[in-house]
Design a binder for this molecule. Structure first.
Ligand SMILES: Cc1ncc(COP(=O)(O)O)c(C=O)c1O
Length: 378
């Protein structure tokens, strides 16, 4: 069944009437996705990655819904994200900062009950010194690098720390690493990283282990360890590119038609005159642009949809608007104020990302601040 984009309450609801575009975020779908992933990995536990404002969807809305679904471990990138999240996630829910402590911020981790992910010898030493100053053991997560060369202790660094006393003052509650190529199941790096991680896990016996994010979950139980850390899959992105997506879609983006025009054949459209109509055409100007995260790479490449009909972008994406060719719609069926789907049943986030030459992560985390956001709970 095709669901027509529409704004049924637009006349009654003034903010909806004013909105150039409406972003609808299905919180129930996010909770359902978390439950599906948790069921898949059980008895391993399932955390949630809510960094970058829950991938652009609003961490303060998303995280409490995940907590209500049963999630007790949340990951963000920066300490400030964690402090903001603590306001909506009471203890004992765990909030971890993937980037670890910048020098001098150790006390703030404790003040807000935030777990640092200690990635380097310097971060371990700094947190350990803080434990010594306080005269008590401090809880922390440690990350080892299993083959991504981004965050985490190398094996020699881990050995040096084990030989010294820097880890003594720390109560390690998790040992994590991160896969570089999990979205390519056949990539040799997956098994290689798992083996490197297993060897490191053996050097920290008794410390729960975590290797996989969304795609790694689908590499099988060997990759689940004690805790998985999905982000993308919670938000409906396909964890296995090229395969059917079992997760529920979370986001719908509807753009508003601002103006309609009929033009003759060979009419130039938009900045730079990069496109001309192939024949007589009906064009609609829609109120989203690259300032809203409707990426400029969608110029002459992306499309909107309405009632199952594809409406291609013609010309360049402007800052606040796009022009789409609506000739395929029956005449008189589209009016100013009507909605077209930019992300919806016919075009999910991953499909829009492919048209833009990027990945769904970038589309979600670029979603604009100007959209009217609607959160639905059913
Ligand atoms: C260390 C770490 N764990 C987990 C995730 C979540 O990954 P995904 O969104 O692919 O599930 C990320 C995302 O970048 C990450 O950096």
């Amino acid at each position: 069944m095709t669901v027509m984009p529409s704004f049924p309450q637009a006349r009654e609801h003034s903010s909806l009437a004013r909105a150039g575009a409406v972003l609808t975020i299905d919180l129930a779908a996010i909770a359902a996705n978390w439950r599906a992933l948790a069921a898949r990995v059980g008895p391993s536990r399932c955390g949630a990655v809510v960094k970058a404002d829950a991938y652009g969807l609003g961490a303060e809305h998303v995280a409490p819904v995940l907590a209500a679904a049963g999630c007790d471990t949340f990951f963000v990138a920066h300490l400030d994200e964690a402090i903001a999240l603590r306001r909506v996630l009471p203890g004992p829910l765990r909030i971890a900062v993937l980037h670890g402590p910048l020098p001098g911020t150790e006390a703030e981790f404790l003040a807000h009950d935030i777990l640092p992910v200690l990635n380097s010898p310097e971060q371990v030493a700094g947190f350990s010194r803080h434990a010594a100053v306080l005269g008590r053991r401090l809880r922390a997560i440690v990350q080892t690098d299993s083959g991504m060369s981004r965050f985490g202790l190398s094996r020699p660094e881990l050995e040096r720390l084990l030989a010294g006393d820097a880890l003594q003052g720390l109560d390690l509650v998790l040992h994590m690493s991160h896969l570089a190529c999990a979205d390519e199941p056949g990539h040799g790096a997956n098994a290689a990283q798992r083996q490197v991680f297993l060897d490191a896990v053996a050097r920290l016996p008794g410390v729960p282990a975590s290797l996989s994010a969304s795609s790694g979950i689908f590499l099988g139980a060997d990759f689940h360890f004690d805790l998985v850390r999905p982000g993308a899959a919670l938000y409906g992105l396909a964890p296995q590119p090229g395969m059917a997506n079992a997760l529920r879609p979370v986001v719908r983006l509807e753009g508003r038609v601002l103006q309609l025009r009929e033009v003759p054949s060979a009419t130039a459209v938009g900045y730079g005159h990069t496109a001309r109509t192939a024949g007589k055409a009906r064009l609609a100007t829609v109120g989203v642009g690259y300032a809203d995260g409707f990426l400029r790479s969608l110029s002459n490449a992306g499309a909107a949809w309405r009632g199952g009909v594809r409406l291609p972008v013609i010309g360049r994406i402007s800052m606040d608007s796009i022009v789409i060719d609506v000739s395929a719609l029956p005449e008189g069926t589209l009016s100013p104020g009507d909605a077209v789907d930019l992300i919806g049943p016919e075009q999910d986030v991953d499909a829009l990302a492919r048209a833009a030459g990027t990945i769904g992560y970038e589309i979600l985390t670029s979603l604009g601040a100007r959209y009217l956001r609607r959160y639905v709970h059913h």
